[in-house]
Write a protein that binds this ligand. Sequence first.
Ligand SMILES: Nc1nc2c(c(=O)[nH]1)N[C@H]1C(S)=C(S)[C@@H](COP(=O)(O)OP(=O)(O)OC[C@H]3O[C@@H](n4cnc5c(=O)[nH]c(N)nc54)[C@H](O)[C@@H]3O)O[C@H]1N2
Ligand SMILES: Nc1nc2c(c(=O)[nH]1)N[C@H]1C(S)=C(S)[C@@H](COP(=O)(O)OP(=O)(O)OC[C@H]3O[C@@H](n4cnc5c(=O)[nH]c(N)nc54)[C@H](O)[C@@H]3O)O[C@H]1N2
Ligand code: SF4
Ligand SMILES: [Mo]
Length: 620
Amino acid sequence: MADTAYRTCPLCEATCGLELTLDGGEIVGVRGDDADVLSKGFLCPKGASFGYLDADPDRLRTPRVRRDGKLLPATWPEAFAAVHAGLSQVIEAHGRDAVALYLGNPNVHTIAGGLYAGALRKALGSRNVYTASTLDQMPKHVSCGYLFGNPLAVPVPDIDRTDFLLILGADPYSSNGSLWTVPDVPGRLKALQARGGRFAVVDPRRSRTARVADRYVQIRPGTDVYLLLGMVHELFARDLVRPDRLADHVTGVEAVRELVAPFPPATVAPRCGIPADTIRELTAQLAAAPRAAVYGRIGTTTVEHGTVTSWLVDVLNVLTGNLDRPGGAMFPLPATSRRGTGSGPGFRTGRWHSRERGLPEVIGELPAVTLADEIETPGEGQVRALVTLAGNPCLSVPNADRLDAAIGGLEFMIAVDPYVNETTRHADVILPPPPPSRGAHYDFSFTYFSVRNVANFSPPSLPLEDGALDECEIITRLAAIVAGLGPDADLDALAEQELRTALAGPAQAAGVEVEALLAALDGGTPAERVLDLRLRIGPYGDRFGRVPDGLTLAKLRENPHGVDLGPLQPRIPEILRTPSGRIELCPEPIAAEVARLGAAPPADDGTLVWSTGSTPPAWA
Ligand SMILES: Nc1nc2c(c(=O)[nH]1)N[C@H]1C(S)=C(S)[C@@H](COP(=O)(O)OP(=O)(O)OC[C@H]3O[C@@H](n4cnc5c(=O)[nH]c(N)nc54)[C@H](O)[C@@H]3O)O[C@H]1N2
Ligand SMILES: Nc1nc2c(c(=O)[nH]1)N[C@H]1C(S)=C(S)[C@@H](COP(=O)(O)OP(=O)(O)OC[C@H]3O[C@@H](n4cnc5c(=O)[nH]c(N)nc54)[C@H](O)[C@@H]3O)O[C@H]1N2
Ligand code: SF4
Ligand SMILES: [Mo]
C-alpha cells in the first residue's frame, strides 16, 4: 500500500516542499508539493533524486573504526569508546586548542546541526573552529555585522514585490538561491518581468540567470568593488540619495560621500571593464525604480575586497531607501528567532587570532584556509586532532591538496558523515547519520533568508533502520564526551536539564512553575521539545497559551504543507544591534579598507581566480 509523506527538501537553501510516495519502507516517488506554502510545487533535479539518498549503497550504515590502519565496521558503543579514548589522550596531553572542529555545509540543513553543533563547539572549547562559511559568505556576515550590529542580519531581495533587481556574482537560476531562500527563481523572475519589473545581472560569465536578464553587464572578475563605488559616487553626484524612512535610522551618510569621492564612474570604468555610461545608466535605473533591491552572492564574497563589496551592496540599498521596505531588501523574521531591542553591543572581530598567520577570529571561527598551517606548524597550540561534522575540507578548501596531506598526518580524527570521501578516509572513527528521510526536519537556518516568513515541520518520513542512530544523538553524545562526561552519559537527563534551564525565563513570564511548562512541551525527542519551546516563545508563538492561535509544534504537525506567516515586514530599528541604535553606514574598519583600495593599482589580467593553485588547469 503506497503512502504519502510531506517534507522539506534539505538539499539546498530553497527549502522546497516534497511530496514523497512511500511503499514497503522505501521512497518510490518524489514530486514537488503543490500545497507547500513557499515552494508551491517547485522541484529541481536534485530534489527529485531525494529517494536515491536513502537507497544509496555507498552510504555508511554502521560506524567505522580504524584498526591496524583499516576502517572497519564497529558498533556504536565501540565507536564512542574509540572517540573517548582518542580525544581524551590529545586533550590531556596538549589541551583543547589541539582539537580542531570543522563544520561543513549540511550542518545548516539538519536539525542536528541547527540545534547541537553549537553545543559541541561550546563543549569542546577550542579556538580552532572552522566552517564552510569562510569558504563562502563570511564577508557578508562581516559587512552586516558592522552595518547592523548583527552579522546574521542579512537582507534578502523581496523578489515578489520588487520593480528592479540588480544581481551581482550570483546565478540563482542554477544555484536556486543562496543567502536567499527563494524556491522557483525562474518562475519568480518571469513573474517580475510579466508585471513590468526588470532585472540586471553583473557577472564575468553569461550565466543562465544572465541569459534571461533584461540587462547583462560583463565585469572583470574581482572588480565589483569598483563598479559599486562608482555607482555610490554617481548617486551622490546626481543628487539621487533618498534614504526616505531610513534617514532617521542611519549615521555616516556624509562620511560615505567623502569616502567615495575618489571613485567617479570614469575612474572606475577601466578597472572593472564596464563603460562609465553603463555605470551611470545602471545607477539611474536603480534610483528611478519605485522599489528595487541589490543582491550580491558568491562572486562578490569569495573575492579580494569581498567585505567592502558586500558592504557596498547594502550601502546602495540604504541610499536608495530600498533597505527594509516592501519590494526592497528586507529582513525575514523566523518563527524560532527573537525580536531585538533596537541596539546592542555592536560587532567586532579579532577576539583571538590564528597562531601561525595571526588571522582574526570572526563569529568565533578562524578562516578554513589556515587550518593546514595550524596542523603543520609545530609548537604550543598545534592542532593534532580534528572533528569534522558534515564537511569535506580536503576537497572544498582552496589548496586542498596541502590540507589533505596535513590531515593525513594528524594523531586522531573523527568524522560525522555518511560517506567515505576525500576527507573522511583519513578518520580514525566515522559516525554515520541516517539519510534525511529518516529524521525530523525543521529549517532553523534558511528561515533567516526566506522571501516569505514561513514555518514548516517534517516528522521522520520513514523509521530509522536497525542499528542507525539519529544525528542529534550522535552529536549530543560527542558533545558529552568532549565535555568530559564519558561515552555513556545519560543524554535524556542532560536534555531535560537543559530544557529546565531554558524554561526558567518563560515560566517566570507566564507566572507558572518550570515543571508545568516542561510537561506542556510537545515532542517525542529532545530536539522536538526544544523546537516546540523555541516556536512557542518565538515572535508568532502561543506563549504557552497566552496567545491562543499562536504557533506550536502541534500546529505545525497539523499543517504538513507549512504555515504561512505572511510577507516580509519592515524590522528597522528593532533588528539593529549597533551601539548607536542606527545603521552605521560608514564603519571605521571598512572605511580604512576603502582608503587602501584607492591606492591599489588596477587589476590587469581579467582572468578568473583559481582556488587550487596558482596556474589555471590546462582546459581553461
Ligand atoms: N573548488 C571549489 N571549492 C569550493 C566551492 C566551489 O564551488 N568550488 N564552493 C565553496 C562553498 S560555496 C561551500 S559552501 C563549501 C562547502 O564545503 P564543505 O561543507 O566542506 O563541503 P561539502 O561538499 O558541502 O561537504 C558536505 C559533507 O557533508 C556530508 N553530508 C551530507 N549529508 C550529511 C548529513 O545529513 N549529515 C552529516 N553529518 N554529513 C552529511 C557529505 O558526505 C560531505 O562529506 O565549499 C567551498 N569550496
Ligand atoms: N545544484 C547545486 N546548487 C547549489 C550548490 C551546488 O553545489 N549544486 N551549492 C550551493 C551553495 S553551497 C552555494 S554557496 C550557492 C552559490 O550560489 P550562487 O552564488 O548563486 O551560485 P554560483 O553558481 O556560484 O554563482 C556565482 C556567479 O558569480 C560569477 N562570478 C565569479 N567571479 C565573479 C566576480 O568577480 N564578479 C561577479 N560579479 N561575478 C562573479 C560566476 O560566473 C557565477 O555565475 O549555490 C548553492 N546551490
Ligand atoms: S531547489 Fe533545492 S530545496 Fe528545491 S528541490 Fe531542488 S535541491 Fe531541493
Ligand atoms: Mo556555499
